[in-house]
Design a protein around this ligand. Structure first.
Ligand code: A3P
Length: 292
């Protein structure tokens, strides 16, 4: 497949690229099933981590080889991703026979296909603080040959703050899903920082939300296999099999830490984003930790 970096364009008020809007009608008409579980995130908030946790919780016992033989992007299809002849997330999800289907999306809440709401599907939303999120996104865009050219760090940060990156404004995304949670009970809203701080406790909360009761042994296996080092080594979670990433530039499993922003932000950039946060986060009860 020939790879080329796409252009960003405005799509219904959100910055998007072609491969996420191309299959729009099919994605919007996607038929959710009541037992589907959705992992929704702004890109780079810990999607792969939570995907691996859920896959292990549901299939670790019945199909123990699955996590070391099937790439995460096949076990947990990316709903809106559409690169003809290469990867069509909605079609992959349609063909899945495993129950439940675990489906990933980076859509802002207003883009979700309506059948997920109609079927009252369970949704896990993972949020990550803006500063670490943008650092992770910057390095991802550098190494992902099907994302727009990121440019240098100062200009990238500027565009992130303006919402001119793929999937639009981080602020709108995290707040949009947070607001939805106030009226739609089946959203478990969790934070990357909490998952780093106490993975076991966050797995307990996920199990309670999903109404599942794995044994201590099963939970032990989940914890072992979702550690950063384990996932970095595992070819089925580190994306080394995908072929669109340039790992010489940056690995997918990069640092996996809270506060890496301190290695990137100048004092002026930190002050600017602090002011922006104050302005953009006034109309919400949502709060983030930027260190633990
Ligand atoms: P960094 O770039 O900060 O290292 P996503 O899956 O949404 O694309 O998110 C990727 C980010 O989650 C990357 O952050 C990656 O390292 C981090 N991540 C993935 N698995 C992790 C794990 N098991 N523990 C901690 N961080 C993890």
């Amino acid at each position: 497949m020939e790879l080329s970096r796409p252009e960003l364009f405005d799509f219904c008020g959100v910055s998007m690229i072609h491969c996420f809007t191309e299959n729009w009608d099919k994605v919007q008409n996607f038929k959710a099933r009541p037992d589907d579980i959705v992992i929704a995130t702004y890109a780079k908030a810990g999607t792969t981590w939570v995907s691996q946790i859920l896959d292990l919780l549901y299939f670790g016992k019945s199909d123990p080889g699955r996590q070391t033989s099937i790439p995460i992007y096949e076990r947990v299809p990316f709903l809106e991703m559409s690169i003809p002849k290469f990867f069509m997330g909605a079609e992959l999800a349609e063909k899945m026979t495993t129950v439940p289907r675990i489906i990933k999306t980076h859509f802002p809440v207003q883009f979700m296909p309506k059948s997920f709401w109609e079927e009252n599907c369970k949704i896990i939303y993972v949020a990550r603080n803006a500063k670490d999120n943008v650092v992770s996104f910057f390095h991802f865009d550098r190494m992902n040959m099907v994302q727009p050219e990121p440019g240098d760090w100062p200009s990238y940060l500027q565009r992130f703050q303006e919402g001119k990156v793929v999937f639009g404004s981080w602020y709108d995304h995290v707040k949009g899903w947070w607001e939805k949670k106030q009226t739609y009970a089946n959203i478990h809203y969790m934070f990357y920082e909490d998952l780093i701080e106490d993975t076991a406790q966050e797995i307990e909360k996920i199990c309670s939300f999903l109404n599942i009761s794995p044994t201590q042994e099963e939970k032990g296996r989940v914890r072992r296999e979702v550690g950063f080092d384990a996932m970095k080594k595992n070819e089925m979670t580190n994306y080394s099999t995908l072929g669109v990433f340039d790992f010489k530039i940056s690995p997918f499993m990069r640092k996996g830490k809270v506060s890496d922003w301190k290695n990137h932000f100048t004092v002026a950039q930190k002050d600017f984003i602090k002011l922006l946060n104050q302005k953009k986060m006034t109309n919400t009860t949502l709060r983030f930790r930027t260190e633990i």
